[in-house]
Design a protein. Structure first.
Ligand code: NOJ
Length: 535
């Protein structure tokens, strides 16, 4: 019998290289540091790592501003270090997913530098979106960058170039065959070095339409696209249907070509996961049609309240939508772009939700430090480095809080992350979260993650879909429990602040916090907690 592809129900650990382990005392994590600590990752029980960018970069956007996509930034090491990392991961049975950033390059990429020199109308400028100013000198249209401010910057001769993100990240023109060819070369390059897959940055953004047209409500659109701006859901959804630079049909042609490249490797299964924030949600399924990519991130749990109805709707919809294209969903509670889940919903809630999600079909992404229950780091404005902080003149605090380096051990900050000064300060209060401390504490989040991931591996992989045993009712105020069954396992989550009695058979396997007591022949599930039972 053919076994299921490795990525179908994998657990994937996201490493932000700058924040994992620093091996040379310069205050920033590096590839040698990662390689030296891969055993820790393996012992967590995950199947793969996803490495955020470590390519040559001026680091204006944490490495998502790539100046050479086929080389390693000296801050992180060199290509030989990358090869050693990949080989060591494979020795330990871990797959490696690299990040690829096709929407834009850094302005330091030699193509952009050549475009500046070559001038208007040149083949060099045609690799980007360069246009003349309007007659009154204003930019070609009124779009607003996702990091704030105009999405156009002007060069010396008066032309403007488009950048959906920072001005140091010029968008590439995917109608240009040279752009296609260069990225295909990059894919082959990393596959030949040994990677097993790709996470595709801004996968929905490559193709633009109406580049010379104004949007009727650019500020509204910009707010709608930002998760930290509160907005009426209907208004947001209406605006999200009008984005002229995301989710255009043309992107799918690109991924069909890429899929052929991935499938041309027969020595191993190469996979790709799309970062595609699209609306309406059904559009996400297009990225995972049989001849396109393998997975698409589901970001709903990054923002969902710890509420039975909200969680049920998100989970049920994601499973159903993916099923329409014969794909399995993905789950993520945290990543380098959003507040850490323990800070967002509370630490007990975060443990419960992780355990609940680990039981579900599909793949789960775990952001390094999530297994420790890390909160967001508390930072002074003077520590911040996120371009969105600068481009909004401090109005948006940005994503640095989630990127504070990991605490490994010892009694004082920086807790073994570096022998130098960490690039973001690590609070002394993080002593309780060090790997060393949590390893010694059977009640720690780290123990819960290890235990749950091994139980998932043992009892749930390949077990098919779930059956909801208790799902919340719309309009009811007493929605406390979510219960599903998968294979022999029943998973119960009590989202309320009061312990709940449940009728459940079987033996307790794991509980996210507190103790499950028997009462009147029933089981009492603690407040804000999740438990697995086996029949
Ligand atoms: C998404 C990445 O996750 C984020 O960190 C980055 O700033 C933008 N894409 C732009 O590349």
């Amino acid at each position: 019998m053919k076994s299921a592809p490795w990525w179908k129900e994998a657990t994937i650990y996201q490493i932000y290289p700058r924040s994992f382990v620093d091996s040379n005392g310069d205050g920033e994590g590096d590839l040698v540091g990662i390689t030296a600590n891969l055993e820790y990752v393996q012992q967590l029980g995950v199947d793969a790592i996803w490495l955020s960018p470590f390519y040559t970069s001026p680091n204006k956007d944490g490495g998502y501003d790539v100046a050479d996509p086929r080389d390693v930034d000296p801050r992180f090491g060199n290509l030989a270090d990358a090869k050693k990392l990949i080989d060591r991961a494979h020795e330990l049975g871990l797959r490696v997913i690299a990040d690829i950033v096709p929407n834009h390059f850094s302005d330091q990429h030699h193509w952009f530098q050549a475009a500046l020199k070559a001038g208007r109308g040149s083949a060099e400028r045609a690799r980007f979106h360069f246009y003349d100013a309007n007659p009154d000198g204003t930019p070609p249209n009124n779009w607003i960058s996702l990091f704030g401010g105009p999405s156009w910057s002007q060069v010396e001769d008066g032309q403007y170039y488009l950048h959906l993100f920072d001005s140091s990240q010029p968008d590439l023109n995917w109608e240009n065959p040279e752009v296609n060819a260069d990225f295909e070369k990059t894919l082959h390059f990393w596959i030949n070095l040994g990677v097993d897959g790709f996470r595709i940055d801004v996968a929905h953004g490559l193709v633009k339409e109406d580049v010379l047209k104004n949007h009727p409500d650019p500020q509204g659109l910009s707010n709608a696209l930002r998760l930290d701006v509160a907005m009426d859901a209907q208004a947001r959804n209406a605006l999200l249907l009008t984005v002229p630079y995301f989710d255009r049909q043309g992107v799918h042609e690109i991924y069909r070509k890429w899929r052929k490249i991935f499938d041309s490797y027969t020595d191993r299964q190469i996979m790709a996961v799309a970062e595609a924030w699209v609306h309406p949600p059904v559009n996400a399924t297009r990225y995972v049609r049989a001849d396109e990519l393998h997975q698409v991130f589901n970001f709903d749990l990054l923002t969902a309240e710890f509420d039975a109805l909200v969680l049920y709707d998100v989970i049920d919809r994601s499973i159903e939508l993916n099923a329409t294209v014969n794909a399995l969903p993905t789950w993520a509670l945290s990543n380098h772009d959003s507040p850490r889940v323990a800070s967002r919903i509370g630490s007990e809630q975060a443990r419960a939700l992780a355990l609940f999600v680990f039981g579900l079909p599909g793949s789960t992404y775990i952001f390094a430090g999530q297994e420790l229950g890390l909160p967001d780091g508390e930072l002074e404005d003077s520590d911040r480095q996120d371009p969105s902080f600068f481009r909004t003149k401090g109005k948006v605090k940005g994503r640095d809080g989630a990127r504070v380096p990991l605490p490994w051990g010892g009694d004082s900050t920086p807790f073994g992350f570096t022998t130098g000064k960490p690039w973001l300060p690590i609070s002394q209060s993080w002593q309780e979260f060090t790997v060393e401390n949590e390893n010694q504490n059977p009640k720690s989040s780290l123990h819960l993650y290890k235990n749950a991931l091994s139980l998932r591996q043992m009892h749930l992989t390949g077990q098919g879909g779930i059956e909801w045993i208790e799902s919340p009712q719309h309009g009811s105020k007493s929605n406390a429990l979510l219960i599903y069954k998968r294979g022999d396992i029943t998973v119960l989550m009590n989202v309320s602040d009061i312990a709940q009695e449940c009728d459940v058979d079987g033996k307790l396997l794991v509980v996210s916090s507190g103790v499950v007591d028997p009462h009147n022949g029933k089981k009492v599930i603690p407040a804000r907690s999740c438990a697995w039972f086996i029949a």
